[in-house]
Design a protein around this ligand. Structure first.
Ligand SMILES: NC(=O)c1ccc[n+]([C@@H]2O[C@H](COP(=O)([O-])OP(=O)(O)OC[C@H]3O[C@@H](n4cnc5c(N)ncnc54)[C@H](O)[C@@H]3O)[C@@H](O)[C@H]2O)c1
Length: 458
């Protein structure tokens, strides 16, 4: 199969490179010329563990282009363009990137030389019903195409739209793509469903060369679920809403644990041992962020509103998360009393470890709150070197951040922050307060170095 991936972001590059690793010829297409040029030279446009060597290792099966015309000879076109929420419009999803890509495809579908219909695999997280919308946009565009084309389309379809929602986590993207828990294949046309299964066969049967460092000893094969287009779209939103619910649940429990004197770590271990609950996504912290959970939750609530349905549970999940981002300021006020005029060091900026992604990162909101309260804020992150906040100084090491600080705050769960030399850091600080926003640090070690330690529900 010849595959074209439209959109060279986190999802598009990871999917394309992993499918090339499975033996397919893959063309990565993007409208951003610089991105395409960099990729062709082996440079990733973002940081993702293990992906750059895989890009280099599969170079002979990868091509790069800015020309959507690449789909005319392809079997499969994977759509992986952004679907952001417009600012200040909770629940709205900006479909302009998806529609621009689809219109570009419509413009060249009439020149298609391939005998089979193009299998369009949508990986973008788009509101329920968008698959049908994409089909309709293509149908209308081809109806309006030069004479003869529309009739031909009726007897020999040129495309078929399917949905294969993406569940990868940035930072674990290669692992998640090559060893997913499950593959959700949404197609209304049975023949398209069969083609989707064939596309994913190397991943389903795990018949690709092992990637050093990534595969666990012997993971089970992914579960494969063939379903309808609309159910696949709904599964993506429901899955992310459930994960956000688990996180907000344990964060709410963390507040209660602090009040009653229980450790939330013990509570989450204790309930996570129940297989009906499971231990993942059950760690208390500063709340979830990133480009997906919040956006998807809002989009699902907006869909519910379209159907005049209320979603009180999902609303509460968002409220708890918003509140959680205020915990750092409250703990600092308890420890330092006056925050105005203090210097606070943030350890970690990315919304999670293993990525440099700052989209909806709690760090930026926390920094804004601290700056508004009159503190000066400096930060260090192993993967982030710049932030869209002139008042927030990004420094080159934890030590630089610690010098003269009144408090350090662990914002991102980078593993190296668990092993810091607290005695050396304590030496260079003005006051020794440690807010462990990810319950990462050995409390005894920090306290032995003279820190006043505050975790989340610990
Ligand atoms: N990042 C994640 O962890 C993740 C996980 C699951 C699902 N998703 C979904 O996958 C989709 C892609 O997300 P991402 O994080 O990879 O996005 P991204 O912002 O990292 O990259 C998107 C790429 O698409 C390109 N692009 C924009 N318009 C285009 C067009 N018309 N033609 C070709 N390329 C175009 C951009 O230049 C960019 O390189 C989104 O719908 C997102 O919600 C993302």
């Amino acid at each position: 199969m010849r595959i074209v991936v439209v959109g060279c972001g986190h999802v598009g590059v990871t999917t394309g490179v992993c499918l090339a690793h499975c033996g397919y010829s893959v063309t990565l297409m993007d409208v951003d010329e610089r991105r395409v040029r960099d990729l062709a030279q082996g440079t990733l446009p973002f940081f993702e563990e293990g992906l750059e060597p895989l890009l280099a290792g599969n170079a002979e099966r990868l091509t790069f282009t800015t020309d959507i015309g690449a789909i005319t000879a392809a079997d499969v076109c994977i759509l992986a363009v952004p679907s952001p929420s417009p600012r200040n419009q909770a629940g709205a999803v900006d479909l302009s990137f998806v529609l621009a890509a689809v219109e570009g495809m419509a413009g060249v579908l009439t020149e298609r030389t391939h005998p089979d219909p193009l299998l369009i695999v949508n990986k973008c997280t788009v509101p329920v019903g968008s698959g049908q919308l994409i089909s309709e946009v293509l149908r209308r565009a081809l109806d309006g195409a030069p004479s003869g084309v529309a009739r031909e389309v009726e007897c020999r379809p040129r495309y078929v739209v399917t949905s294969c929602p993406e569940f990868l986590r940035e930072g674990d993207a290669v692992q998640d793509t090559l060893h997913p828990d499950r593959l959700i294949l949404g197609a209304d046309d049975p023949e398209a469903g069969i083609r989707l299964e064939r596309l994913y066969e190397p991943i389903i049967t795990r018949s690709f060369p092992l990637v050093p460092g990534t595969p666990p000893a012997s993971p089970p094969r992914p579960a494969v679920m063939l379903t309808t287009l609309v159910a696949a779209e709904m599964i993506k939103y429901a899955a992310n809403s459930f994960l956000a619910t688990k996180l907000s649940f344990i964060n709410e429990m963390a507040g209660l644990c602090s009040a009653v004197g229980a450790s939330v770590d013990d509570v989450s271990d204790g309930i996570g041992l129940d297989r009906r609950i499971g231990s993942r996504y059950l760690r208390a912290g500063l709340g979830w962020g990133g480009s997906c959970l919040g956006k998807d939750l809002q989009a699902l609530m907006a869909t519910a509103r379209e159907y005049q349905l209320d979603t009180p549970l999902l609303r509460a999940v968002v409220t708890v998360n918003d509140r959680q981002r205020g915990v750092v300021l409250r703990l600092l006020q308890e420890e330092l009393r006056v925050v105005r005029g203090t210097r606070i060091g943030l350890l970690g900026l990315a919304f999670k470890a293993g990525t440099d992604d700052l989209r909806d990162a709690p760090s930026l909101e926390i920094a804004d709150q601290l700056i508004a309260a009159g503190a000066s804020v400096a930060a260090f992150d192993p993967a982030v070197t710049a932030v869209p906040r002139p008042e927030l100084a990004v420094l080159e090491s934890v030590e630089q951040v610690a010098i003269g600080s009144d408090a350090l705050v662990i914002v991102t769960e980078w593993p190296e922050f668990a092993r810091l030399d607290w005695i050396r850091l304590a030496d260079v600080m003005r006051r020794r307060v440690l807010i462990d926003g990810r319950n990462l640090v050995d409390r005894a070690a920090a306290e032995a170095a003279g820190f006043r330690y505050r975790g989340i529900g610990r």
